[in-house]
Ligand binder design. Structure first.
Ligand SMILES: O=C(O)c1cc(=O)[nH]c(=O)n1[C@@H]1O[C@H](COP(=O)(O)O)[C@@H](O)[C@H]1O
Length: 240
């Protein structure tokens, strides 16, 4: 894989809370990562201006607001996400088939091919079998992830967010065109933080991930540009 292809797979998690932080990170990492993720912290503090600020730097955006509500509310929120011109947006697969199908159909009807790819979050990478048991789900994590990925595909979603450990079973269940986005990626030089189900970037891409969401291994590195270069090299060197 070329370094450019490897770079385009990296989504940097902008887990910050001010427009000045976005300017700083986007200026520093433009050309070193493929996309920027605007999540709950940043969107709650800065709103749509967060997305526009990344876009002013020429950056692509994954709007990670993980919607989970009644179908009508989620579909309308997704339409507003699409209006912002983001490349990826997500909801929680646990919201069920009607919620996902309504969102997918509404966005497709309004935006056609000029729409974000819609992702469903399966089971969060910080969750374990014990987390599921606490909310009454007595099933292994992997079984739940594959079940939710199939449901997402059947509901018209373009892909899922899942831990790297489940990539291979999702690929087998949902086919080669279904997008798989994986957080919980930890290069050999980084600590686990609160992530529990992890792989290295090269392992995740080899297993079939389309995009890797990476935050702290880059943000907390002494030299974030060097860290992103090391990750690009690790992917490009380790993947055919
Ligand atoms: O949807 C996500 O991006 C997401 C899903 C998930 O299951 N786990 C997960 O960590 N994330 C996000 O991925 C990012 C991971 O950041 P780091 O752990 O710092 O690399 C965070 O912004 C999380 O919100």
């Amino acid at each position: 894989m070329t370094p450019e292809q490897a770079r385009d797979k990296i989504i940097f998690a902008l887990d910050v809370h001010g427009l000045a932080d976005i300017d700083r990170w986007a200026a520093q990492l433009a050309g070193h990562v493929g996309m920027f993720k605007v999540g709950k912290e940043l969107f709650t503090s800065c709103g749509p201006e967060a997305v526009k600020t990344v876009q002013r730097h020429g950056g692509k955006v994954f709007l990670d607001l993980k919607y989970h509500d009644i179908p009508n509310t989620v579909a309308k929120a997704m339409v507003e996400a699409a209006r912002l011109g983001v490349q990826l947006a997500n909801l929680h697969a646990l919201g069920g088939e009607e919620m996902m199908a309504t969102a997918a159909a509404t966005v497709r009807k309004e935006f056609g091919d000029e729409r974000p790819r819609l992702l469903a979050v399966t089971i969060l990478t910080s969750s374990t079998a014990e987390t599921l048991r606490q909310v009454g789900i007595e099933r292994p994590v992997e079984e739940m992830v594959v079940r939710l990925a199939r449901l997402a595909k059947d509901s018209g979603m373009d892909g899922v967010v899942a831990s790297p450990l489940e990539i291979e079973s999702i690929r087998a269940a949902c086919g080669p065109d279904f997008l798989i986005v994986t957080p919980g990626v930890r290069p050999s030089f980084a600590s686990l933080d609160d992530q529990k189900r992890v792989m290295t970037p090269a392992e995740a891409v080899t297993a079939g991930a389309d995009y890797l969401v990476i935050g702290r291994p880059i943000a907390k590195a002494g030299d974030p540009v060097a860290a992103s270069r090391m990750i690009v090299d690790e992917i490009a060197g380790g993947c055919p």
